[in-house]
Design a protein around this ligand. Structure first.
Ligand code: PMP
Length: 427
């Protein structure tokens, strides 16, 4: 297709009139779709309903080691749940603490604890004049919301196809002692679906931060969320790499089964060095007598082991793949060659990231809303909700059906074209 940038004013004006007509027609269809959050679809949730039958009133609620899950006891997770979460994260069970229903909660607690009590004996971050975090962008809005809440200054670091710009990360952490952390979604990243290359992981592990209490927040939320059987991303074990590089305590890794079993009613875990885990446990003993062991047991009895989890994830992929492919196909068909947007075709995860022409994202999302499609707010993928280019849009294809997704994608591309034509006519 001809690039819109090569079109003259008359051609663009004519195209604008056609697009406006199509837009009014589409609006008339009264579509109502929510593509704003990465929620599993009803069919994905239905698929796992039988987890509820795993335990009933005649079940023996004893762990393999004989602990009665109905009672208090076992602070940091039943051993079989540690094993399951360890296998998901590709670490060893003694590097894992199993927590409650959501990994975001652990991430919040980890930042909060560092603010009030420091990191392994360091000065509490709240007592420092300035605390900063690096934020690979585009990234996950809820990460940024945590650091914003605690008054931590966030610095944007651009993503590349291999992960964050490591030249920038290395330079900043080496020279600035007030940089205490970085948010990472290393596999099938939210929103671009990028997996960090081996070289990126190794460079992370070899960082020489000015701050001794610098930590990598490695949110491996999509560790096993592949779309394809024969084309799966692999990620180096950051904890092992940090050990090898002489930085054993520099990373916390997080994961959960929120998008494996039930979103918000799964089990979550943190993996780290022994020193970090011991420090976390010290606070946990005050915070709780223990998390929900019955839910941990339910998950272990249902999935049995990592093979059970992976077989289940294939069924998720069968539901997700057609929706991702529908979006990518529409983007290619409708926008290919027009030079008004770019995207990657993820091999896993929950999102597709769309880069519109600078200064167009807010208007595109407003147009979509007018036509009945709710998208994630423009700017949400950047700290403080401010996309300096007003260009990134996160598409969450998981919740609608493939058919709805296809219709929504067509309407989305129409809005992209319309807003871009308007922009070009004004420039
Ligand atoms: N991390 C990332 C990168 C996510 O995309 C999400 C869900 N959108 C979460 C964490 C939330 O996980 P949990 O339900 O375990 O808090």
């Amino acid at each position: 297709m001809k690039s819109l940038k090569d079109m003259g004013k008359d051609e663009l004006t004519q195209l604008k009139a056609e697009l406006e007509k199509s837009f009014e027609d589409a609006k008339g269809k009264g579509l109502k779709l929510d593509m704003s959050r990465g929620k599993p679809s009803v069919s994905q949730l239905d698929m796992v309903m039988d987890i509820m039958d795993t335990l009933n009133s005649s079940s023996k609620l004893l762990t393999e080691g004989g602990v009665d899950c109905r009672n208090y006891g076992v602070l940091d997770g039943i051993p079989e749940a540690k094993k399951l979460m360890a296998d998901i994260m590709e670490v060893s069970p003694d590097q894992v603490i199993v927590n409650g229903n959501a990994s975001l909660n652990i991430m919040y607690d980890t930042v909060a604890r560092s603010m009030t009590h420091g990191v392994l004996g360091s000065t509490p971050w709240a007592k420092l004049d300035k605390v900063k975090f690096l934020c690979p962008v585009p990234g996950y809005d809820r990460h940024f919301a945590i650091t914003e809440l605690f008054g931590i200054e966030m610095i944007n670091v651009p993503m590349t196809v291999n992960g964050p710009d490591m030249d920038m990360v290395e330079e900043l952490v080496t020279k600035d002692e007030s940089i205490k952390g970085i948010w990472c979604v290393p596999k099938y990243s939210n929103p671009q679906g990028i997996t960090y290359s081996d070289e990126t992981v190794k460079r992370f592990a070899r960082l020489k931060p000015a701050a001794k209490d610098f930590r990598i927040f490695w949110d491996n939320a999509y560790a096993i969320h592949h779309l394809y059987d024969n084309d799966q991303a692999t990620l180096l074990d950051i904890i092992g790499e940090c050990e090898k590089a002489g930085n054993p305590d520099m990373v916390y890794e997080f994961a959960s089964t929120s998008k494996v079993s039930f979103a918000g009613s799964g089990i979550s875990a943190v993996a780290a060095s022994k020193a970090n885990l011991d420090y976390i446990r010290k606070f946990m003993t005050i915070q709780t007598i223990g998390h929900d062991k019955i839910n941990q047991l339910r998950h272990v009895r249902y999935f049995k082991d990592i093979n059970g989890v992976m077989a289940h994830m294939k069924r998720h992929a069968d539901i997700m793949r057609p929706k991702f492919e529908a979006v990518i196909k529409v983007l290619e068909n409708e926008l290919g060659g027009l030079e008004i947007g770019s995207w990657l075709a993820p091999k896993g995860g929950y999102f597709i990231s769309f880069e519109a022409m600078n200064g167009c994202a807010k208007d595109i999302i407003a147009k979509c809303k007018e036509a009945g499609i709710v998208m994630t707010n423009a700017g949400a993928t950047y700290p403080y909700g401010k996309d300096p280019f007003d260009s990134n849009i996160r598409i969450a294809p998981s919740f609608p059906t493939p058919d709805e997704m296809q219709q929504a994608a067509v309407l989305f591309t129409l809005c992209v074209k319309l807003v871009s034509v308007n922009k070009l006519l004004k420039s």
